[in-house]
Design a protein around this ligand. Structure first.
Ligand code: ATP
Ligand code: MG
Length: 440
């Protein structure tokens, strides 16, 4: 019996408009996979025998999103649907770009060029499921398996090896044995893949329900190409009463312990990478990593820049990494100082990293740190509620006031404001015009 999938009304409408014009059309790929798993599909992609021109002629509102690859976006019922003409991927020249895209009139050909069996199923409300490669069975066995001969498929496009790991993290599936062996064999070919495509997959892996599957990257030789420092972290012990795990084990735990948000997950991955460059062992055999957070931040910034991340993400991640090890002592003065360092808007994320970090340390460290973080969170709420000043823009006076009070314009204005800010952080009640002017 064919399984039933509840296709959104607008997607169903697109299928029937195409069918009535004499074309085949199906929902396909990730949405079919996710619907069969009872997960909510991100978007519903449609595959059709109609050419892009034919698709455009049938719908009022369309966008040429990837017309040279056969993709037209149809806007209907408040949503956007990518409608792609059945295609064969052409000869792969460099494991990177299909040399040419060839359209076909055969659904089977279109499904055969897809990466994994679970991604190669199509569905039509009247015809039911088209599953030519055992995708349904692999779903029930929770397996990622290449369509066809794995090595051939990875030869065409090496990104697929990273996609295999990414799907295994999103779905908590195993990678089937032969496919896994081929993933290992083709890891060096990732050198041919663009940073943007790699970023997309790493990002989805990290933001998945199982970021700890990042470890598979080391087991398959992928991180040796993309982030050899990760392999180094897994091999670096931490002989220190605050720690119970290697740097790498600890890192994987922190990744699991932070919420699934981009900046938090990337910060978790990279927060301790600087330990690789800063380890010292004292005369008692205890390891120290002085200054590792700053080194990690420098590394994170250049690593993310190389992956062509946007500036916002880069600066947020490196900020969290730089200050992840901030000292908290449970006093409100200390909490205001830490807030001033990272900014009110980033403080909750910093606390999330600090907590996740503590939870991945020794029981002793957890006992010492977690209650202090709870107190800091309470104080943060009180500081927000009271509108206490932790930044120059919240200071009761500005540069103009200082000039009015007779201070020469120039660098001393900024220096003075910063000095006043420090005072106000220690004494919130001093943040009034009169008080600050009297203390000049
Ligand atoms: P997500 O939920 O992350 O969007 P998805 O399965 O939809 O997952 P996409 O990257 O959006 O993944 O790709 C859509 C479909 O296109 C896949 O399900 C797969 O059938 C096919 N596909 C995408 N990338 C490749 C690739 N590199 N090689 C072969 N087929 C691919
Ligand atoms: Mg998709």
């Amino acid at each position: 019996m064919t399984p039933f999938i509840s296709v959104p009304a607008a997607a169903g409408k697109i299928l029937s408009v195409l069918n009535e014009a004499g074309h085949e059309a199906y929902v396909v790929g990730g949405c079919v996979r996710d619907a069969l798993l009872g997960r909510t599909p991100g978007d519903w992609d449609i595959t059709t025998s109609a050419s892009p021109q034919e698709v455009k002629a049938l719908f009022r509102r369309t966008v040429d999103t990837g017309i040279q690859h056969g993709t037209v976006t149809v806007l209907l019922g408040g949503s956007a649907y990518e409608v792609t003409t059945y295609r064969l991927d052409g000869i792969y020249e460099d494991g990177r770009h299909p040399k040419e895209v060839t359209f076909t009139r055969s659904l089977a050909e279109d499904l055969r060029r897809r990466d994994f069996t679970i991604n190669a199923m199509a569905y039509h409300p009247e015809e039911g499921l088209t599953d030519l490669f055992g995708g349904l069975e692999d779903l029930s066995r929770r397996l990622i398996r290449a369509v066809g001969v794995p090595a051939d498929r990875f030869q065409e496009d090496a990104l697929r090896i990273l996609r295999a790991v990414r799907f295994s993290a999103q779905l908590d599936f195993e990678i089937e044995k032969e496919t896994l062996a081929a993933v290992r064999d083709f890891a060096p070919r990732l050198d041919l893949i663009s940073q943007e495509r790699i970023r997309t997959e790493l990002d989805k892996l990290l933001c998945s329900d199982h970021p700890e599957k990042f470890r598979l990257l080391q087991k398959t030789g992928i991180s040796a190409r993309l982030l050899p420092e990760f392999d180094g972290m897994l091999e670096m012990p931490q002989n220190n009463p605050w720690h119970s795990y290697s740097v790498g084990e600890h890192t994987l735990m922190v990744m699991q312990n932070v919420p699934a948000e981009r900046s938090l997950r990337w910060a978790a991955l990279l927060h301790d990478v600087g330990k690789l460059f800063t380890r010292t062992t004292d005369e008692n055999g205890v390891d120290h990593f002085y200054g590792h957070a700053a080194q990690s931040a420098v590394f994170a910034e250049s690593f993310l820049r190389n992956l062509r991340f946007d500036n916002h993400t880069i600066s947020e991640v490196s900020l969290l990494v730089r200050w992840h090890d901030s000292h908290f002592d449970g006093t409100s003065v200390n909490t205001r100082r830490v807030i001033a360092r990272v900014g009110k808007e980033h403080f909750p994320d910093l606390l999330a990293i600090a907590r996740a970090d503590a939870l991945a340390k020794s029981p002793y460290a957890q006992e010492q740190l977690l209650p202090v973080y709870d107190r800091a969170e309470q104080q943060y709420r009180e500081i927000l509620a009271a509108g206490e000043c932790t930044s120059l823009k919240e200071l009761a006076i500005g540069g103009k006031d200082l000039i009015g009070a007779g201070i020469q314009p120039g660098p001393q204005i900024g220096e003075t404001l910063n000095r006043l800010l420090k005072l106000v952080i220690d004494h919130p009640e001093w943040n009034t015009r009169e008080e600050l002017l009297s203390r000049l």
